[in-house]
Design a protein around this ligand. Sequence first.
Ligand SMILES: [Ca+2]
Ligand SMILES: [Ca+2]
Length: 341
Amino acid sequence: MQNTKTIKVIGTILSIVFLLLSINIISMAKSKTDVGDFTYELLEDGCAKITGLKYNQHILPAVMQVAQVDIPTEIDGYVVKVIGENAFENMSFFRLTIPESVVTIEKGAFCNNSILNSINFSNGIKRIEEYAFIGCRALEKIELPDSLVELGHDSFACTALKEIKLTAENVGNGAFSECSSLEKVKMSDDVKNIGMCAFYGCTSLTEIVVGRNTKFLGTALFQGCVNLKRILIPQSVTIFEENNILFEDVYLDAIYGFKGSAAENYANAKKITFIDITKAYSDGDINLDGIADESDFEYIIQATITDGFFSEIENAIADVNGDGAVDGFDVSVIERMINRH
Ligand SMILES: [Ca+2]
Ligand SMILES: [Ca+2]
């Protein structure tokens, strides 16, 4: 009897202790990081490299994990310039903000965060190294800053990205490989080189316009893009690797390009239909029916008043003044061209 009473009392005490502990644990959970939460080391130039969080996020229960990581601009008076290798590897948080002071995100820094769905990159980042965001399977949308120069290999592989605007000069091997939700890729004029397998296995891609200043397309770039039907390759592309298998396991309907370009030679060699778009820019034949006339004018007017009338490739062809948009300026250029005839 006495024993049963003692056990009951101990049980009650334990419950109270556990309850107090739980309350304490929950109150320790916070929505955002503070500057004091980060570990760092000093770089030779006197700036700081963030190396992770002070508390071990890996062993914390979900309620205690921080929901948003805000990389600070300064830590203990040192400017934060680098996010270190594997600093936040396998951690789980929803949102990430990176300030302008950060220039480099090192290898694997945020890899395998399965819930990360929002990243705010400031315009300052120059390098995103290999595997930096690989396996971030909830990541559907990002805006890469114009400052970006290098995108490392496999940096965004195996993510849920649906569309991407590429701003880096060099896009590493496999950078977007196995991004099976990726439907749209816009390439800025900054994109020069795209490494091998960069879009390997992007099964949702249906068409793509290669950047106007892109020179190099790596081997097996679109391997396994089984739904890719059309591609526009500009004159700037001059390097096709020897035995290039750019479109292995791809069933292209056509390559669009300019007369006498490397793209035309490639299409001919591989027996892929080549559609010459030279006359769109020289004469205004943007509907590619062989003559520049009133119908091209009506066609572009229709596109400027109907959202989604043109696909990415048709947009690129109709953007005759090359400013990246199809609008009134192109209409007046085309009007002048067809009136010349
Ligand atoms: Ca025409
Ligand atoms: Ca335009």
